[in-house]
Design a protein around this ligand. Structure first.
Ligand code: SF4
Length: 365
């Protein structure tokens, strides 16, 4: 009797789209190696043995936030000992000539002015014209829109005019009203997140999309999240990559432990097969750790993010990964997985192919 994996293999072979039930069933698959091999097949058909990375810097300008989401270890209130607010000079000191991308997200600051945000972008663009600015979650765009009484479109247009190249794709966590009401009831839900990304795509601002998993969400909620992304992508073609983010228990202890390695790999593999209209699947080493991220390169991931420089949000939740990786280390990590490192920019244009001598032999065959 044919199993679900047999059916999925046939669909992969025929380039046929998976249904919601297919994806849901795959989370129960016991033959993880075969699932990985199918995802690897999909990844190779698109990218062969190439794996992308970027020389980037994460900048979290402040951890002061008007909200206090239950799962968040990063945010704090003004006046507390751990609160910080970066000046534009301090932000510039975190940039350098070799960076291709800055990734800027942070707390929803109660007092910073519109001019401060615009000046931040102008200063980066003027001092480092080669850097592409990937900034703000949909939650931040929504906050700016309400705080500064501008439409979402106007907020995006004004940032675009001073250098906004892309949105990083966070903030939605998981598209589930049940989870939202429990963990972040005052943050925007999926309709608003999708509307903001739809608007960005219409304005020619590409975005990524994340999924926070491994907390209280069900597999069905994970699949429904991906389904909504796949539907919007059919309409706009504006998503560049999908990034599953493993929840870090940290001090909030919403759950006692993070997702297992098998859960990480299954999520990557299912995403690769199910999200057939999103080009890139990212194994984010900061949340997965270097080891699992390198294995994920054989489970459908074709991107490993970047050098990061300094990451405060996941490390506030005690992520065990080092705070930064060098270009050489990232390239080595990709080579060690038997793949070819491709340095890219924020928009996935190739900057440099680092080594194409080694061909990738799948470790899961
Ligand atoms: S998750 Fe974002 S919006 Fe919520 S408290 Fe943390 S920084 Fe603020």
């Amino acid at each position: 009797m044919a199993t679900l994996l047999d059916d999925v293999a046939q669909k992969v072979h025929n380039n046929e789209r998976l249904t919601r039930d297919d994806a849901l069933g795959l989370f129960e698959a016991r033959d993880v190696i075969r699932l990985g091999r199918l995802a690897d097949q999909v990844k190779r058909a698109r990218w062969d043995d190439r794996v992308h990375f970027v020389i980037n810097r994460q900048i979290n300008p402040t951890n002061v936030c008007v909200l206090s989401c239950r799962f968040c270890d990063f945010a704090t209130k003004r006046g507390r000992a751990n609160a910080y607010e970066m000046t534009i000079q301090e932000i510039l000191e975190r940039c350098s000539d070799e960076l291709r991308e800055v990734h800027i997200v942070g707390g929803l600051h109660p007092d910073w002015t519109w001019d401060y945000y615009v000046e931040m972008f102008r200063a980066i663009q003027s001092r480092f014209p080669q850097i592409q600015i990937k900034a703000w979650t949909a939650v931040e765009i929504d906050y700016f829109s309400k705080k500064f009484r501008l439409s979402v479109e106007e907020v995006l247009r004004r940032f675009q005019a001073v250098g906004l190249a892309a949105l990083p794709g966070g903030g939605a966590e998981v598209f589930s009203e049940r989870v939202r009401k429990s963990l972040f009831p005052f943050k925007i839900g999926s309709p608003r997140w999708l509307e903001i990304h739809r608007t960005a795509h219409r304005l020619g601002i590409p975005t990524n999309a994340t999924l926070l998993y491994g907390h209280m969400e069900t597999h069905a909620e994970r699949v429904d999240h991906m389904l909504k992304l796949r539907e919007l992508q059919e309409e706009t073609r504006g998503f560049m990559s999908f990034i599953p983010l493993a929840y870090q228990p940290g001090k909030t202890q919403v759950v006692a432990r993070s997702a297992s390695a098998i859960e990480d790999l299954k999520t990557i593999a299912i995403a690769r097969i199910f999200l057939d209209n999103i080009l890139h699947i990212k194994a984010y080493w900061v949340t997965m750790g270097e080891e699992i991220a390198s294995v994920a390169l054989h489970f459908g991931a074709d991107d490993i993010d970047g050098t990061i420089g300094e990451e405060r949000i996941m490390h506030a939740a005690d992520a065990a990964s080092p705070v930064s990786l060098t270009r050489e280390r990232l390239a080595e990590l990709i080579r060690e997985a038997g793949c070819t490192p491709v340095e890219r920019d924020a928009l996935y244009h190739t900057v440099k192919i680092h080594d194409d001598r080694v061909r990738c032999e799948s470790t899961v065959s």
